[in-house]
Write a protein that binds this ligand. Structure first.
Ligand code: ATP
Ligand code: MG
Length: 302
């Protein structure tokens, strides 16, 4: 497990004004990490990921058995920050029946005809399940804040500060509703540097096996880096709440990001203090009866 003290530096304290320059993108470059050395950190991170995967599989089973809560994991990031890889690695050991991933792209005409939370509500995890949103309703205060022309019919052509403030409020109220009704909401912003994004795009353009991952739209969005950064800062500041806090995860090193995300999820589920349901005495008596009946059977097919 990663120490609470270390994890705290990645948490957006509710009510604080976020400036992303205060959050590192490469944790291995920090003073405390330098002392440990990159090789050591890589080994530790791999071990932590491995441990967390096993713990997560257990936690998911308990979540399912106790049937009182669900978990919603939200991943937001600039392109190529590693959302897909994080989901693949962190969830690798979890029973596929207990976990569902939803990736949200540009909304359809039908989706735009509803309120902006509608399409996400339909995909919320049921009790006992872990749901992952690969992009989420946060796109509705991020990408569309950078491109208000994509807001859809019925929205102002030039939304003012009040428009965004109301959306943040809607999101906070929505998450409050979820939390009150047994959904643990965990939000991760994978924080990648502009240089690292360039390296990853170049890798996609150079390595034929990665060509398929490159989209020209990614370059177009990269050109708006500053506006996205501001939109992220505004959203993180306005929507990190006690019930549903944001974590800003240093994502330049994939192994660091994956270990952190896995550990935070496991710790949060453990903190729910779930218990396997206890069988009532009369059912226990029936279980004993069934066991005795089975044990009393002769062997073979007869
Ligand atoms: P990858 O590139 O790794 O396959 P991705 O999540 O980037 O995954 P894409 O199909 O490349 O998937 O991009 C989805 C696009 O849809 C993103 O540019 C995102 O900003 C956009 N999008 C998501 N939600 C909304 C929304 N509510 N309004 C407008 N655009 C949205
Ligand atoms: Mg993409």
């Amino acid at each position: 497990m990663i120490k609470n003290k270390l994890l705290k530096q990645f948490l957006v304290e509710p009510g604080t004004e976020v400036s992303l320059k205060d959050y590192v993108t490469d944790w291995t470059e920090t003073g405390e990490a330098r002392e440990l050395g990159k090789e050591f950190i890589k080994e530790r991170a791999t071990a932590i990921l491995e441990e967390s995967r096993a713990s997560l599989a257990e936690a998911q089973e308990l979540l399912y058995a106790s049937d009182t809560h669900s978990v919603l994991i939200i991943l937001q990031a600039m392109d190529a920050a590693g959302k897909d890889g994080t989901i693949r690695h962190v969830m690798a050991g979890v029973n596929p029946q207990g976990c569902q991933v939803f990736s949200f792209k540009k909304p359809s005409a039908e989706e735009l005809d509803h309120n902006f939370l509608w399409r996400y509500m339909k995909s919320l995890p049921e009790r006992g399940r872990i749901g992952i949103f690969n992009r989420s309703y946060y796109e509705d205060v991020l990408v569309v804040k950078v491109h208000p022309e994509w807001l859809g019919p019925g929205s102002p052509a030039e939304p003012d500060a009040g428009f965004w403030r109301r959306r943040y409020e809607d999101i906070n109220n929505f998450e409050k509703h979820l939390a009150r009704n047994g959904t643990l909401v965990l939000k991760f912003f994978l924080h990648v540097s502009k240089d690292e994004q360039k390296r990853r795009f170049l890798e996609r353009l150079t390595n034929p096996e990665k060509h398929w991952k490159f989209s020209e739209a990614d370059l177009a969005e990269r050109a708006h880096w500053k506006s996205y950064r501001k939109a992220f800062e505004d959203a993180l500041s306005a929507t990190s709440t006690k019930r549903a806090p944001w974590h800003v995860i240093p994502a330049d090193r994939k192994y660091v990001a994956r270990a952190l995300v896995a550990d935070i999820i496991v710790t949060a589920i453990r903190n729910l203090g779930l218990k396997y349901p206890e069988v009532p005495p009369e059912q226990l008596a029936r279980l004993t009866e069934a066991r005795e009946k089975l044990e009393g059977e002769g062997s073979g097919e007869s």
